[in-house]
Design a binder for this molecule. Structure first.
Ligand code: SAM
Length: 234
């Protein structure tokens, strides 16, 4: 369970209305129920539920079960998709363990604005569901041109380029020496020629193919994250 509060053994934390309702009335947990709680900063703790009536409850924080891990260094850059698929994309990136998630508007992006509260809620839900204590940060949505012009060249961008010949992303990734990386996946309409030329001209961009088929953007993201983590780790 995610708690938006500092956590330390011995603390008693009053739950907000929604979380108390969820534990007492949806999950039907009673006095003494044991939970695991985290806040994305202090690690994971055992906690014991102490109801106070039907609508209120405290959590007594017990022992630390996992220390807070460092946030992965990988930054995930993606063009926002239609809403349901966007939810999926953000959930999967959180499960796969990226450190930062930044929406990037491109020439062919399907959505022209994003709802940061919804994205943040999806990130949190996915982190809770898969026990990822290092909740990814949500970056502010930005246009690709602005992102690239302000980019720190010390952080290499792995660019999923649907127009690239070759089937072997691992071969292209194997040559990368940096460990501070970003992964860029385009929208359903792909990158425009202008964007592709701009990306390929930058010394800090490494294009990769993801096999002979054109993948949907959400599939491409999961496939690329798996390949990056297998090849480079983080
Ligand atoms: N409309 C584009 C086309 O037909 O060429 C396809 C775009 S694809 C659905 C969405 C994004 O997923 C691409 O911009 C790219 O970043 C990534 N992608 C999909 N298939 C890929 C592949 N085989 N190699 C590299 N990237 C791929």
């Amino acid at each position: 369970l995610y708690l938006d509060a500092p956590l330390a053994s011995g603390d008693t934390i009053p739950l907000g209305k929604d979380q108390a309702h969820y534990l007492l009335n949806v999950l039907r947990l009673g006095d003494g129920a044991e939970l695991l709680v985290f806040n994305g900063r202090d690690g994971e703790f055992e906690a014991t539920l102490k109801p106070a009536g039907k609508k209120k409850a405290d959590l007594e924080i017990g022992t630390l079960t996992r220390a807070q891990p460092e946030r992965p260094r990988l930054v995930f850059l993606f063009a926002p998709l239609k809403v349901g698929r966007l939810d999926y994309l953000v959930q999967k990136a959180t499960e796969m363990g990226v450190g930062r998630i930044t929406p990037v508007f491109t020439d062919h992006t399907q959505l022209h604005k994003v709802n940061p509260e919804r994205l943040a809620a999806n990130i949190l839900e996915a982190a809770e569901q898969c026990g990822n204590l290092a909740i990814p940060e949500l970056g502010e949505a930005v246009r690709l041109d602005a992102l690239l012009s302000g980019w720190d060249p010390g952080r290499r961008i792995i660019f999923c380029n649907e127009s690239q010949a070759g089937n072997n992303p691992a071969a292209a990734l194997g040559a990368i020496a940096e460990r501070d990386l970003a992964l860029l996946v385009g929208p359903e309409g792909g990158f425009s020629e202008r964007e592709r030329e701009m990306l390929l001209a930058l010394p800090f961009v490494t294009p990769i193919p993801l096999g002979p088929r054109i993948l949907r953007a959400d599939t491409a993201a999961v496939a690329a994250l798996a390949v990056v983590q297998m090849t480079i780790g983080d």
